[in-house]
Design a binder for this molecule. Structure first.
Ligand SMILES: Cc1cc2nc3c(=O)[nH]c(=O)nc-3n(C[C@H](O)[C@H](O)[C@H](O)COP(=O)(O)OP(=O)(O)OC[C@H]3O[C@@H](n4cnc5c(N)ncnc54)[C@H](O)[C@@H]3O)c2cc1C
Length: 188
């Protein structure tokens, strides 16, 4: 098990229930820290929210402070995973939030005044600037908020071991307990 000394915090055996993105992200990080990880999933692969979502790595709408800090860190991790994982694509696409009324424009102006607007790469665009980016926008467009840190993650849908789980293999679990299990072990 890596170079961790037996009996230390670096030598933990960790059980994770659930093969969705949260379970897999925790398994990946635990493996990278040198722990032994057993991850259990009741289905043949993740079929719940993790494979049904829109794949938006959403930074633009987060509350200022801790929530935005976490969202920016998550974006870094998705970018890293996108380079390492087969079947997963990270697209630094950015996003446009479009508005049609003066009241909505006033809200975007408030967003632009937030202290972390630059960290999120926010920019208030007039209708012409927004249409230059997206010609399909409608005629009643008043303005748009560009966020350069929003991104998109797409996958092939195939269930694969998380990056770093080089010793990934199936684990038999007792009938009636959980349908399927996997043991992650970093042997790099
Ligand atoms: C329609 C939709 C769109 C979304 N769009 C976005 C988006 O654009 N961006 C974004 O960031 N988030 C989005 N989300 C939210 C995001 O998908 C979820 O927050 C995330 O997938 C939750 O991950 P999870 O691992 O906690 O849950 P899940 O993906 O639900 O995984 C939980 C897993 O645990 C397994 N499990 C449960 N109980 C047991 C048990 N007792 N034993 C063994 N296994 C068990 C389940 O089978 C499942 O595979 C969206 C969600 C939905 C539904």
């Amino acid at each position: 098990m890596g170079s961790a000394a037996p009996g230390t915090l670096l030598d933990m055996r960790i059980l994770i229930v659930g093969g969705g993105v949260l379970g897999t992200m925790h398994a990946w990080h635990a493996v990278r820290r040198g722990h032994q990880v057993v991850q259990l999933e009741r289905d043949a692969g993740p079929r719940a929210a993790t494979v049904r979502n829109f794949g938006l790595v959403w930074v633009s709408g987060r509350a200022p402070g801790a929530e935005t800090t976490v969202a920016l860190r998550a974006r870094e991790l998705w970018e890293e995973i996108g380079k390492a994982a087969r079947g997963l694509k990270f697209r630094a696409a950015g996003s446009l939030t479009i508005v049609n009324t003066d009241a909505e424009v006033a809200v975007l102006e408030q967003v632009m005044a937030l202290p972390d607007a630059a960290d999120r790469e926010l920019k208030l665009l007039d209708a012409g600037e927004a249409r230059a980016l997206e010609p399909a926008l409608g005629a009643d467009l008043r303005a748009a908020l560009w966020c350069g840190r929003d991104a998109i993650v797409t996958t092939t849908g195939a269930w694969r071991p998380p990056p770093g789980a080089s010793g990934f293999r199936a684990l038999s679990v007792p009938a009636g307990a959980y349908g399927r299990g996997c043991r992650h072990r970093d042997r790099s």
